[in-house]
Design a protein around this ligand. Structure first.
Ligand SMILES: [Zn+2]
Length: 230
């Protein structure tokens, strides 16, 4: 089973690009969590640099992915420009050839197909730590411009974030020659607990809500379980 490392850009004290109340770190995380869900639903083994709003240094992100032994690294970011009309999606790679090029092309094509956004293409970037310090093929996707009012607003919507996560999943599935499945039905821990309660797996939803606050990664486990039995 291919291992995919998902990196949600920025986090914690580093908000990334900001436009009013819209923070890059938040949207990047929301898309990354949806991507994690979709990839797992398609049978990939995944690991994330962060699944909450915490600061993680760049070198540590690459180190984590190397340690995980990922077959592919995907980082989610949002773009920003002084010119507020700048828009579209681009995928960055360390070197635009071989596996990097194939994965980036698959993903970029799916993203443009699903979102209809401007295709800014695949670009080489030598200076990004997550691209030059990861030992596996790696891409960094700028899923849209936070500095562009309509694109930034659109990116706040759940449906848009889901579309982006699904497009990236489609691109990855295509490369690994896997048939694409839709996203897992249950996405949040509240819905998951409701299902587990209905199926008689748990007695007290309140107890598990408290437990999720205390025990790391328990939420992911619960969501996974609900998806398996629902
Ligand atoms: Zn960024």
């Amino acid at each position: 089973m291919p291992k995919i490392f998902i990196d949600a850009g920025h986090g914690g004290k580093d908000p990334g690009a900001v436009n009013g109340d819209i923070y890059e770190k938040d949207i990047a995380l929301q898309i990354a969590l949806k991507l994690n869900n979709a990839l797992k639903n398609n049978g990939f083994e995944t690991s994330m640099s962060r699944s909450t709003d915490v600061f993680i240094p760049l070198a540590e992100r690459a180190k984590k992915a190397n340690k995980f032994g990922a077959d592919f690294f995907v980082s989610i970011h949002l773009n920003s420009a002084g010119n507020s009309s700048a828009n579209g999606i681009e995928t960055l790679v360390y070197e635009n050839k071989g596996v990097n090029n194939q994965l980036a092309t698959n993903i970029q094509n799916e993203l443009i197909k699903i979102t209809g956004a401007t295709n800014r293409g695949i670009k080489e970037q030598k200076k990004l730590v997550v691209l030059n310090s990861t030992k596996m093929p790696a891409v960094l996707i700028e899923v849209g411009f936070i500095s562009n009012f309509s694109e930034g607003t659109l990116l706040l919507f759940n449906s848009c974030q889901k579309g982006i996560a699904q497009a990236i999943t489609n691109g990855i599935c295509k490369y690994f020659k896997k048939e694409v499945k839709g996203m897992a039905k249950v996405e949040n821990v509240q819905d998951a607990l409701k299902i587990l309660h209905e199926k008689g797996v748990i007695n007290s939803v309140d107890y598990w809500v408290k437990a999720v606050d205390i025990v790391k990664y328990l939420d992911a486990l619960i969501i996974n379980m609900a998806n398996k039995i629902s």
